[in-house]
Design a protein. Sequence first.
Length: 365
Amino acid sequence: MNCPIKGFVVYLTTVTLMMHRIKAICWILLLCPALCRAQDKGILKWLRTENDSVYVQDLSRDLTVRLYGSRKYNYYDMHDRKLDEEVLYRPNANNNVGVGFNYKFIGLNLGFNLPFINNDNDKYGKTKYLDLQTHLYTRKLVVDFYGQYYQGYYKGETKRFFDNALSVKAAGIRPDIINTNIGLHAQYIFNDKRFSYRAAFLQNEYQKKSAGSPLVGAEIFAWQMRGDSALVPAEPRGDGFYEGMPFTRSSNISLALNGGYAYTLVIAKHFFITGSLAIAAGVNRSVFAFNDGSGKAHGFGWQLNSTLRIAAGYNSPKYYVGVHYVDISTRGSAPVARAYQTFGAGNLRFSIVRRFGLKKPLFGS
């Protein structure tokens, strides 16, 4: 039986998270003048980079305006190596359109859900969600924050390339499954003078010549999947999938160190392809919980994560047209022999951008 108080608590949590983000945006806007005066001090000074102008053109003092379409998502997979089988869960992620801008260190995007685009609830069920996924690109650091609440999943029948971001054939709908997750991923960019993530993903710089950079960093991630009934469907559970455990909640917390490489190939001055891959290794603790009062199954194990970024398109001092994709995949052991779980999240976006030079700065100098 569903508990109305529990649902009300989840609703209040969602509203609270939204209010915190709105407050944070307001504080940033109010503190802009103070932050500008402080940029020559402390960490802000360290974060500044004098670009090699032969490779990267700084356009952050222009007003960057964009029209975009995006699809944020997450996914949960259970793998049983003993049976060589897997169970895949996907939310019915929405395609949003929106507008946004960047100026100096401030950026804001406003996305909208258009019902006539997202009209496939009959195939995949209805998903309610709050996705606070944010990607921060400075010249020396890239920081990804994940904070998500998703309710309503479907069981995927097949797996294919890029199926994390795109819909797959549904083999059953689970409106009772709820996911909550929070994570932080950070990396240091060694060749920050000649390589620019911002050109491909933030659109306030222009990568004029091909360049790349080694990356190193750390990440922490925590997630939980829960349902009213067993997360493993009856048929595979009867075959011994995950030892037939009827767990209704699975959770994982992990800590890992990462390293990788990023590279942008520039073709004919304006066309580009950017790709980066970071691999992380660490430890995790996973827990299975049951509704039948049989206690919990839990254990520590190894963690293997990956973060993939791909972008391609056209870039110049005034215009940008391109697609960019970010996906983090966290693979951790399960408290079952010869089994593991994969949880991931990401964003697929297409952007059309125009930059406007300003005669006078909007604030600061």
